[in-house]
Write a protein that binds this ligand. Structure first.
Ligand code: NAP
Length: 296
């Protein structure tokens, strides 16, 4: 039995762990994949206060190190359901908490083009940091217009022969500083107001059919990195959370869920700005709310 079981070891969950431990609560953080969460996919983070520039993996490691230094326990497992405030895991293990914080973040949204799933790992990918090295010296494309797509294109431009950034609008959602850096690269092309209509190649991706300016053309690439945003994955907790139409936990800034003793933090929560800084802010808020609940 722990005072607080935290589901998700990204910035929100690990910050919650640090705050809860400092309030004297026993804490277990359960992560299904990699501690640090989505940020470990960012090659360079330059907007987290206190760090001029830090790699996502280094920042994730530091958040984990800090939570563990405060005495948080950690477990690698996938939570498949909550029974009251007990986390039921894929391995069969169960971890009982007096309170639970759900901080499961979001996962990459698929582009939604035919054969996308079939070609994952054979040309189609969602993480340039993880898979970019396989495409050294090769032509690739990135699709999306947010910070993830811009950062992926920048990273890939350092090792790939050519990078084509395909975005459905003329304006980017991501930071202008990243757009400017990409514009300065000689091996980066912009294909704006364009849509990928077909993935070409039998067993491996060999190219993309792209609709652009009312015409269709073929872009030969060996890799496509999809960076079209993220979506929450809260299906396992639908019975304890209220979900909005997009599947996010419908909880306000106070991180309270409709279920007493269950709190929700980070990118999986309904919010206007999903950034590292807002995720760690949620972690602190949820931890202190859980502590207040336990001490009441
Ligand atoms: P995002 O900002 O939501 O951008 C998603 C992009 O994908 C948008 O440009 C969108 O186009 C496009 N898109 C969505 N669905 C599409 C579809 N079906 N077909 C084609 N294009 C599609 O997502 P993100 O880049 O993953 O970033 C998520 C959040 O994390 C953001 O707040 C971002 O700032 C943050 N982030 C921060 C850092 C950092 O701090 N270092 C790094 C990466 C990401 P439209 O613009 O037309 O809607």
């Amino acid at each position: 039995m722990y005072d607080i079981v935290i589901i998700g070891g990204g910035p929100a969950g690990l910050t919650a762990a640090t705050y809860a431990r400092r309030a004297g609560k026993s804490v277990l953080v359960i992560e299904k994949d990699a501690f640090g969460g989505q940020i470990t996919w960012s090659p360079r983070v330059e907007n987290f206060p206190g760090f001029l520039s830090v790699s996502g993996t280094e920042l994730g490691d530091k958040l984990l190190e800090q939570a563990m230094a405060q005495g948080a326990e950690v477990e690698l497992d996938t939570v498949t359901a909550l029974r009251g405030t007990t986390a039921v895991c894929e391995s069969g293990a169960e971890f009982e908490g007096r309170a639970v914080i759900i901080a499961t973040g979001a996962r990459p949204r698929p582009l939604g083009v035919a054969r996308e799933e079939e070609l994952v790992g054979s040309g189609v990918g969602y993480c340039a940091v993880c898979d970019g090295a396989f495409y050294k010296g090769k032509p690739v494309a990135v699709t999306g217009g947010g910070n993830s797509a811009l950062q992926d294109a920048l990273l890939l431009s350092e090792s790939c022969s050519r990078v084509t950034l395909i975005h459905r609008r003329a304006q980017f959602r991501g930071e202008q500083k990243l757009v400017d850096a990409l514009r300065a690269k000689e091996n980066v092309d912009f294909l704006l107001e364009a849509r990928i209509t077909e993935l070409l190649g039998e067993n491996e991706l060999t190219g993309l059919r792209v609709q652009h300016g009312g015409e269709e053309s073929v872009l030969p690439v060996e890799g496509l990195f999809v960076a079209v945003g993220h979506q929450p994955d809260l299906g396992a907790f639908a019975d304890v959370l209220a979900l909005d139409a997009a599947g996010y936990a419908d909880a306000a800034e106070d991180c309270l869920s409709p279920t007493p003793g269950v709190f929700v933090a980070g990118d999986c929560r309904r919010k206007g700005v999903r950034q590292l800084t807002t995720a760690v802010a949620d972690g602190a808020t949820a931890a202190l709310a859980a502590c207040a609940y336990l001490d009441a």
